[in-house]
Design a protein around this ligand. Structure first.
Ligand code: GDP
Ligand code: GDP
Length: 473
């Protein structure tokens, strides 16, 4: 089928103080590197990557349900719980063994039961409690067998997560009743793609990936920047083959189109559905879908709104793109009808908040009027070419030697780094491995100098570039 299989998403829900963030930290091994921290999007929601054995998953901490107003808490709980259900493949519902069942637990349980979502009931803070004693009273929540865990001590945590993930290995009951209903699928063009194993290795930057001739493109950005509008403009005159896929957030919708003889696969971030002739987003914005689409694509198109300030959320998405090493093109949309003041303001804002994206090409466009879209796609093509560029060892080594000759690396103490040769260690992003001696002593600024030289020589605009040093002694 025409889908990308994403890492499964496990959501942690529960009222305040049951231990969600403690469990989150344990599952993500307190990695300082959160996948993303989108505070202010809804409430504080944290997204992190965890691993059970060698199996990666994404964990979402939905944040507490602090009362906004006295009667606001129930509404807030309902909203958060529903969001967690919508965004996840399985839910872990935490309750507190020491505090016992309370009314809020019952309310959350009610929502979860009605959702039909797979739920595991975790009775937390159960360390040192008598076997069975901790969990007995939680049967009344009607969510099946409660599991005793201790998020802070680690007891039972791995077993629970493995259980939750193993459920996802079972084939979904409705997997074959794919809903072509909402789509007009051209007869005879039902392309069947084998699952692309490269997706699963998205994190393994060091291993060169098979070059796919299609450009996998993800269009990301905040709600209302114009993503759907751009997609409709792109797809407007083109023959479109689109598939809706059933099931969970692990399945992405991919839309294939061609433009000027180049084949693209658009990876959906917004739950696009076809309504009549146009696509529209059914869910306005999903962080998880955005992160997953970025992981599954080769090139990210980050859209910003010329008429709005660049927000923390924009910067978070941009930061995540950089971290994954995907190629990137930036589009500042709604350029039509902007005045000079707006144009200057957004450019200043970009300089200030997104300067770290200087490797990417930036375009001003109007998705609505189709202005600038052709040039934008040219940059997408160029970024893709750069991301998958083949860098020959002799040419890399010549470039390295020329750079060193022009400006030798500074000494560090008694050590002078010596660079012998360079070869390519990966693609998307290109990884250049430099071999030599005493390379630990290479400074960040020298690394940036080398990066600039490689970029210039190999025309690597639009992609992050990684440099790794390997010293033989
Ligand atoms: P959240 O509001 O659901 O995110 O809860 P926190 O993770 O902030 O935890 C609330 C309190 O419970 C903190 O004081 C934690 O140290 C404590 N806590 C969390 N997990 C455990 C546990 O397994 N055992 C015990 N005894 N305390 C825990
Ligand atoms: P999404 O949430 O990112 O998919 O944003 P939409 O495509 O739904 O667009 C949000 C709003 O911005 C809609 O009212 C669009 O008509 C409008 N819009 C999108 N692109 C442009 C543009 O280039 N210029 C102007 N003026 N409005 C636009």
């Amino acid at each position: 089928m025409n889908k990308a299989v994403f890492k499964p998403v496990v959501a942690l829900v529960g009222r305040a103080n049951v231990g969600k963030s403690t469990l989150f930290n344990r599952l993500t091994r307190s990695r300082a590197a959160l996948v993303a921290d989108f505070s202010g999007l809804t409430r504080d929601r944290h997204y992190g990557e965890g691993r059970a054995g060698d199996r990666p998953f994404i964990v979402v901490d939905t944040g507490g349900f602090e009362p906004v107003a006295k009667d606001g808490i129930l509404l807030e709980m309902a909203r958060q719980t529903k969001q967690a259900i919508a965004e996840s493949d399985v839910v872990i519902f935490l309750v507190d063994a020491r505090a016992g069942v309370n009314a809020h637990d019952h309310e959350i349980a009610r929502l979860l039961r009605r959702s039909g979502q797979r739920v595991y009931l975790a009775v937390n803070k159960a360390e040192g409690m008598r076997h069975g004693g901790a969990t007995a009273e939680f049967h009344e929540l009607g969510l099946g067998e409660p599991y005793a865990i201790s998020a802070s001590h680690g007891d039972g945590v791995i077993d629970l997560i493995e259980l939750a993930l193993s459920y996802l290995d079972e084939p979904a009951a409705d997997a074959d009743s794919a809903t072509a209903a909402e789509f007009e699928i051209d007869e005879g063009t039902h392309l069947v793609h084998e699952h692309d194993a490269a997706h699963e290795q998205a994190g393994a930057a060091a291993a060169p990936q098979a070059v796919d001739h299609r450009i996998k493109l993800a269009i990301v950005g905040r709600p209302n920047v114009g993503k759907s509008t751009l997609i409709n403009t792109l797809l407007g005159e083109e023959r479109v083959i689109a598939f809706d896929l059933p099931g969970t957030t692990r399945d992405a919708i991919e839309i294939e189109f061609e433009h000027d003889g180049v084949a693209y696969t658009l990876i959906d971030t917004a739950g696009l559905r076809r309504r009549g002739k146009v696509f529209e987003a059914v869910e306005k914005f999903s962080v998880i879908k955005t992160l997953q689409a970025i992981e599954a694509c080769n090139v990210v198109l980050l859209m910003l709104d010329a008429r709005a300030e660049i927000s923390d959320q924009d910067a978070h998405i941009a930061g995540f793109v950089l971290e994954t090493g995907r190629a990137l093109v930036v589009a500042i949309n709604k350029w039509d009808g902007t005045d000079r003041e707006q144009r200057e303001r957004i450019q200043r804002d970009f300089e200030r908040k997104l300067r770290f994206l200087s490797f990417a090409r930036m375009h001003t466009i109007s998705a609505l009027k189709g202005q600038g879209v052709k040039a934008l796609l040219k940059s997408v093509n160029a970024a893709h070419a750069a991301a998958f560029a083949k860098l020959s060892t002799p040419r890399l080594t010549r470039t390295l030697h020329a750079a060193v000759e022009q400006q030798p690396p500074p000494r560090k103490g008694i050590f002078r780094p010596k660079m012998r040769y360079a070869h390519q260690g990966g693609q998307n992003p290109p990884l250049i491995v430099i071999h030599g001696n005493a390379l630990d002593a290479v400074s960040d600024s020298y690394r940036r100098y080398l990066e600039a030289r490689f970029r210039e020589t190999f025309d690597l605009a639009g992609t992050p570039l990684r440099i790794e040093f390997k010293s033989s002694h």
